[in-house]
Design a binder for this molecule. Sequence first.
Ligand SMILES: *Cc1c(COP(=O)(O)O)cnc(C)c1O
Length: 334
Amino acid sequence: MTVIDLRSDTVTQPTAGMREAMARAPLGDDVYGEDPTVNKLESWLAEHLGFSAALFVPSGTMSNLLGLMAHCERGDEYIVGQHAHTYKYEGGGAAVLGSIQPQPLDNQADGSLDLNQVIAAIKVDDFHFARTRLLALENTMQGKVLSLEYLAAARKLTQEKGLGLHLDGARLYNAAVKLGVDAREITQHFDSVSVCLSKGLGAPIGSVLCGSSAFIAKARRLRKMVGGGMRQAGSIAAAGLYALEHQVERLADDHRNAAFLGKGLHELGFDVEPVQTNMVYVQIGERAQQLKTFCAERGIVLSASPRLRMVTHLDVSSTQMEQVIAAFAEFGSR
Ligand SMILES: *Cc1c(COP(=O)(O)O)cnc(C)c1O
């Protein structure tokens, strides 16, 4: 039985071409700055996304942490969505390790933060308050794409208010492919961007933080401090480079499969949220555990969540989406 794992786009195996690129990569000690493949990946992304420098790190969590810590000092504050990964799913790292206070705001239905609420949350210069330094956005946000108009408005606001603007772009390329634009159209609005290579792009490990040279120099120091300095890291950087060169356009397949799955489940009577990229959210309610077990018996791996997230990726096919729809049909929508 071939397993259909829809828990996340992190579950993919490296493709044959990727494994070959990893095996062939020239290597050096990256803590000395001597790994040619890491250097190539960093300069490739910096150039393509319009930044002067970039830093390869083991995970998106570390990339966001270093980004926040490079923007904010102890006692500073960042404004962030209540459901943002940096705030909710990274163990409170910015607060624990950076002494950075988060100011969470509710995410709007479209994944954005209301810019009037952002303005209202910025604290005046008064010793009672933490110093508001940064706005952090996420794109895609639970599969939703922030519009370019919104990003331009956020850029304008942060410039007027003297804040930095960071993007958790774990799925930046899903957003770019969905909008049909070069990723730079998105990243041009930000001071720093974190990109995951290990999500839909299909690399086994790695994220890259992009920003100005001074910003990345600071982040590089912090990376060593948190234990993220890696040695012959070119073997994994090669996977990231391969993904960026060969596995970006195919994200459209994942979006098509997700749309197909969402439509199929909706037609069965399930309560499905509108699908934009590679994520399908379905209200399952209290039958979540039951559905997980039911699907597991049919080779379909799901999380057990009342608001179930299913994620398409390069290791699931359109035919398999039909199998998933058939399993849900058998399970029944109520
Ligand atoms: C996965 C993810 C991260 C963190 O990446 P890890 O490599 O799992 O640490 C950050 N932000 C978002 C939006 C993510 O989906």
